[in-house]
Design a protein around this ligand. Structure first.
Ligand SMILES: Cc1cc2nc3c(=O)[nH]c(=O)nc-3n(C[C@H](O)[C@H](O)[C@H](O)COP(=O)(O)OP(=O)(O)OC[C@H]3O[C@@H](n4cnc5c(N)ncnc54)[C@H](O)[C@@H]3O)c2cc1C
Length: 289
């Protein structure tokens, strides 16, 4: 099917892009990698009258670490994270997830910011960003605001973004000296969306778990933070028993649907297995193993 008719805009400045969004309101959509928006338009699930292509806004490009955080520009593609030395060496949870996003075609075009703005409950970055405690920086003609990821992801395909706002960057706190993380994903075949996936991020403090971040993909209406599982680990020694209890609590936090990929019980069980494995791996990385 062909998309409905639309006007295409390619602003060269952020001010022009924001003015277009102010002018067209609900009838405009930001276009980044187009990997989610264009298929929706071709299926006519979305029919915006105006596309505002942000790909010429150089200020939205790049990845860099400074002042205790990683800045992921809104035009940073999945592939850039996959191949970034900074991400590979300093942000293990992100590094673990990046190669698991779809296939090389999608990773070359799709952006992390677009993935978060799309808010697909089967999207991988939402869980990763919950686990690492990211913030989303958002701009409109009225100014800038910084939104914690928990407040940014509201519901299925729904964020707290207003129609006249653009995500400009994602901020990920730099890892503590002893931090580790992992992203475990079950997919029917390489390149597919997750049947179930789990993001785990852990900091260690003198042999004990300092802070744990655990979030779940494709087992609820949005990416889910397993808050009780996280707090069960704080201050504990990282033992198999503690991991099993956190895994049980995470499986309870999941709210999966039975479908062709598996029953709800099966998916809950995968959550539990992945949380245990993810914690073991994250603690090993944090401990320098
Ligand atoms: C075949 C296929 C397989 C895929 N598999 C996976 C997978 O396994 N895991 C996964 O996580 N994702 C997967 N995706 C989705 C992919 O990650 C997309 O790249 C991502 O969801 C959207 O990023 P984008 O830059 O392409 O955004 P676009 O498609 O351009 O936009 C998506 C939405 O976000 C909005 N948006 C984009 N950028 C901004 C911004 N800066 N500010 C405000 N709003 C913005 C758009 O208006 C639109 O509503 C897959 C996609 C395809 C086509």
């Amino acid at each position: 099917m062909l998309p409905a008719r639309f006007d295409y805009h390619r602003p060269e400045t952020m001010a022009d892009a924001l003015a277009l969004l102010d002018q067209h309101g609900d009838d405009a959509k930001v276009l980044a990698g187009g990997m989610s928006l264009i298929p929706l338009m071709k299926l006519r699930f979305a029919a915006p009258g105006h596309l505002v292509d942000i790909n010429d806004l150089a200020e939205l490009r790049g990845l860099s670490e400074s002042d205790g955080r990683l800045r992921i520009g809104a035009l940073a593609r999945h592939h850039e994270l996959e191949t970034s030395d900074v991400v590979t060496s300093r942000f293990p949870t992100l590094a673990s997830a990046a190669p698991l996003i779809s296939d090389p075609l999608v990773r070359n075009r799709g952006t992390v910011a677009g993935s978060l703005a799309h808010a697909d409950p089967a999207g991988d970055w939402g869980s990763v960003m919950l686990a690492v405690g990211a913030e989303v920086v958002v701009r409109s003609s009225a100014g800038e605001r910084v939104v914690p990821i928990d407040e940014f992801l509201v519901d299925t395909f729904t964020t707290s973004l207003a129609p006249n706002e653009i995500v400009t960057e994602i901020r990920v706190p730099s890892a503590a000296a002893r931090a580790g993380g992992a992203y475990l994903k079950m997919e029917r075949k390489v390149g597919d969306f997750a049947t179930v996936a789990v993001a785990v991020h852990v900091t260690m403090d003198e042999g004990h778990v300092g802070h744990a971040g655990i979030a779940l993909t494709a087992v609820g209406p949005k990416n889910i933070r397993a808050a009780e599982a996280e707090s069960s680990l704080a201050g504990t020694e990282p033992t198999e028993e503690e991991f099993a209890e956190a895994a049980r609590l995470a499986a309870e936090a999941a709210d999966p649907q039975s479908d062709l990929r598996g029953s709800a019980d099966y998916k809950r069980n995968i959550v539990s297995v992945f949380v245990r494995r993810g914690l073991a791996r994250a603690v090993a990385v944090a401990s320098g193993a």
